[in-house]
Design a protein around this ligand. Structure first.
Ligand SMILES: Cc1cc2nc3c(=O)[nH]c(=O)nc-3n(C[C@H](O)[C@H](O)[C@H](O)COP(=O)(O)O)c2cc1C
Length: 201
């Protein structure tokens, strides 16, 4: 019977995949260096990311691969837009560095589709899931990777000018990918008991 705890059948475990999921962790973008995946290697990672759960097969996301010259251009656009927004020099510098110091990043764009069946929020969740799928694919392939945002990722004017996004689109994340130069310390993980409720009747 479904959910019967006396059931003896155990599914076949993909132990390598499970071990990866139980130990995975991001590598801070600041510690990422060259080499970065070439287009063929990145295409495999994007293919994995495009295998993300997507209610109704609406494909409510797309990828913008930012190679080095594009990242330098975005860094310059951060300076102009940061000043226009009245951002502090510290916040402008931090956002500038995020692009200026990067060698490869993928903007995962949330691009909701008009649908009577699938609420927009589900499509936005799917874009977030695509970010994690890309992050995990990169980590599983042995790259360092980090999912970043920052004020520019939420600024419609910046996104329109720098990335050509429409008013309906948003950046779910910038996923930076490269070679890790130092291993990060383990990050504290949530107390599972504090966030989990078991409901049996
Ligand atoms: C939507 C989103 C945006 C994030 N933006 C940033 C950011 O701008 N800067 C940052 O240091 N971490 C940011 N993080 C956190 C890191 O991506 C990541 O959660 C953290 O480094 C630990 O990741 P791990 O659980 O893979 O080890 C963001 C996470 C999410 C989900």
């Amino acid at each position: 019977m479904k959910g019967d705890q006396t059931e003896t059948h155990m599914p076949e475990t993909n132990q390598a995949a499970l071990d990866f999921l139980l130990s995975r962790r991001s590598r801070p973008a600041k510690t990422l260096t060259t080499p970065v995946p070439d287009r063929a290697a990145l295409t495999i990672l994007l293919t994995a990311a495009a295998r993300t759960p997507d209610h109704g097969k609406l494909v409510p996301w797309r990828f913008i691969v930012l190679e080095r010259p594009a990242l330098e251009r975005l860094a310059g656009e951060v300076m102009a837009r940061g000043a226009a927004r009245g951002e502090t020099p510290e916040r402008i510098e931090k956002m500038y560095r995020q692009f200026a110091d990067a060698h490869l990043a993928v903007a995962v764009v949330s691009a909701p589709v008009a649908s009577e069946k699938v609420p927009e929020i589900e499509q936005v969740y799917s874009a977030g899931a695509a970010c994690l799928a890309l992050l995990n694919a990169a980590l599983a392939a042995g790259w360092g990777a980090n999912w970043l945002s920052g004020w520019a990722s939420h600024d419609p004017e910046f996104l329109s000018v720098a990335l050509g996004l429409t008013a309906a689109e948003k950046v779910a994340g910038f996923v930076h990918i490269g070679t890790e130069s130092s291993a990060p310390p383990e990050r504290p993980r949530p107390d599972l008991d504090a966030i989990t409720e078991w409901v049996s009747k």
